[in-house]
Design a binder for this molecule. Structure first.
Ligand code: GDP
Ligand code: MG
Length: 163
């Protein structure tokens, strides 16, 4: 079966931008409003020679399941359950927020392979900001800028290496 690569993280870190970048098309809706991606979006794509099913998720948020954020979280849980690799995306400019730590802990408990992706790490200082994520204990963070197309090929090879 084609490996599932699931993009997860709190709202507004750039998951859908990364999805579009990796899928090579503007499929997912990107917006300045956090949590605007209501539905899971999937695309088959080839990353560094490896065919994967890429899955964009709505932002992970703590909420009651009968609210919209709660349902978004449930769909994210389902996507992660089916994942062969989870890309845990955080905003390197904002740094790790309590929400990021919370969901990193949640992800660790799922036992799924996780690759930490430090997005918005464009330009000088980007790689340094990314290093903060070592403290998550989820391995070496991969510094990228989804919007400015930096570090994307390296990320693709990191993904392919883990499948
Ligand atoms: P999502 O909620 O995690 O799916 O985040 P989106 O992909 O919708 O992006 C949220 C905001 O972050 C948008 O305004 C994007 O343009 C912006 N963004 C995404 N990637 C980058 C990046 O690499 N650098 C910067 N500076 N902004 C980014
Ligand atoms: Mg989104």
């Amino acid at each position: 079966m084609i490996p599932h690569v699931v993009i997860a993280g709190r709202p507004n870190v750039g998951k859908s931008t990364l999805f579009n970048r990796l899928a090579g098309a503007r499929i997912a809706l990107v917006a300045d409003t956090p949590g605007v991606t209501r539905d899971r979006k999937e695309a088959e794509c080839v990353l560094a020679g490896t065919k994967v099913l890429l899955v964009d998720t709505a932002g992970l948020e703590e909420a009651a399941p009968d609210t919209l954020p709660g349902r978004m979280r449930a769909s994210t849980s389902l996507a992660v359950e089916n994942a062969d690799l989870v890309l845990f995306v955080f905003d390197a400019r904002a740094g790790l927020l309590p929400e990021d730590h919370h969901f990193a802990t949640w992800l660790r408990r799922t036992g799924k392979p996780v690759l930490v992706v430090a997005n918005k790490a464009e330009g000088r200082g980007g790689a340094t900001a990314a290093m903060e994520a070592y403290e998550l204990g989820l391995g070496e963070p991969c510094a990228i800028s989804a919007e400015h197309n930096e570090g994307i090929y390296n990320l693709m090879t990191e993904i392919a290496d883990r499948l």
